[in-house]
Design a protein around this ligand. Structure first.
Ligand code: PEP
Ligand code: MN
Length: 338
């Protein structure tokens, strides 16, 4: 249910109603909008709860949330969520750009990448230290050593760091080094991991599973939000279809669709979404035109020598071109890049 407070409800009334919601055995999430405050009351609703809450002090209305996801829904929060962390902002009119290599490979590689993407206008650095690889024989990432190099790159460039966490055992460790925790496509439905990242203060980049529906993605986000972490970015990274000309199929209708259903920012990953360097820039531009709140792009100093995903990584000059073109498309749709 949504407990809609009166426009002039006092902090005491909001506090009182939050307590009432919890006394009824429901979880309360207070959302302070520009117009008014609402309290999401989520959990098993019973009997006369709605009437009881409606008669509370400072309450304007109590309404059901029809969507299966509650805190993520646009019904609850009509205004778009803006996420800010260090150098990085996305949502509500700002297109954030996260760029860097698929994997952290060496000090030289990550520092050079950080400097180049920063110079081109990226606002966050990506780089995997814990890598989910299809084969156990492929490079698995530099682990904590990689996290230290990412922190060093942040130190040198000021860029916020986005990196993947694969296991509940590593959440505390990764959260200590990273600004944003990435949940990879393969872990979108690892519910214990979603709950664990819901308990830390870092924003989360939640990637869509390769065969997950929009509703499953939004319910996965709900797991994180329900633990009290309000800063979730949804990432479309392509889905598995019968088509084989691209690594995955990148559906851009997800951007306007998600904007109708949720207030959370939507980030597009055209690197994994296409799997081919020559296709990445055009799909990034299309994503911004479709309304994306951010991009995540793989960039490598020497893609042909990359230890993972070189075939879909951009060189530094290619990324610079992407940024120049992206700025113009963002302007055309009344958004700011960066
Ligand atoms: C990645 O970002 O390098 C990655 C492994 O992505 P995904 O989880 O979307 O496959
Ligand atoms: Mn990759």
């Amino acid at each position: 249910m949504i407990v809609v407070m009166e426009k002039d409800a006092t902090p005491e009334q909001i506090q009182h109603m939050t307590q009432r919601v919890e006394e009824l055995g429901l979880k309360a999430h207070v959302i302070r909008g520009t117009e008014r405050t609402v309290i999401a009351a989520v959990g098993a609703e019973r009997g006369t709860m709605q009437e009881s809450l409606a008669s509370g002090p400072g309450v304007a209305d109590v309404m059901p949330i029809l969507a299966p996801y509650k805190v993520a829904s646009r019904e609850l929060k009509p205004e778009p969520t803006e996420i800010k962390v260090g150098s990085f902002t996305c949502g509500a009119g700002t297109v954030g750009v996260i760029a860097g290599p698929c994997s952290v490979e060496s000090e030289e590689q990550i520092i050079a990448s950080a400097r180049a993407v920063k110079a081109a206008g990226a606002t966050a650095l990506r780089g995997g230290a814990f890598k989910p690889r299809t084969s156990p024989y492929s490079f698995q990432g530099m682990k904590e050593e990689g996290l230290k190099l990412l922190a060093q790159a942040r130190e040198e460039t000021g860029l916020a760091v986005v990196t993947e966490v694969m296991s509940t055992d590593d959440v505390e460790l990764v959260a200590r080094y990273a600004d944003v925790l990435q949940i990879g496509a393969r872990n979108m439905q690892n519910y214990r991991l979603l709950e664990a990242v819901g308990k830390v203060p870092n924003p989360v980049l939640l990637k869509r599973g390769a065969s997950a529906t929009m509703e499953e993605l939004l319910l996965a986000a709900e797991y994180i939000l329900n633990e009290g972490n309000p800063n979730v970015m949804l990432c479309e990274r392509g889905i598995r279809t019968f088509e084989s000309h691209t690594r995955f199929t990148l559906p851009l209708a997800t951007v306007p669709y998600l904007h109708q259903k949720t207030h959370l920012p939507v980030i597009i990953d055209p690197s994994h979404g296409t799997g081919h360097t020559p296709l990445v820039t055009d799909m990034a531009l299309a994503a911004i035109a479709a309304g994306a709140d951010g991009l995540i792009i793989e960039v490598h100093p020497e893609p042909e020598k990359a230890m993972s995903d070189g075939y879909q990584s951009l060189t530094f000059p290619q990324f610079e071109t992407l940024m120049k073109k992206s700025r113009r498309v963002a302007e055309a749709v009344d958004k700011k890049l960066g």
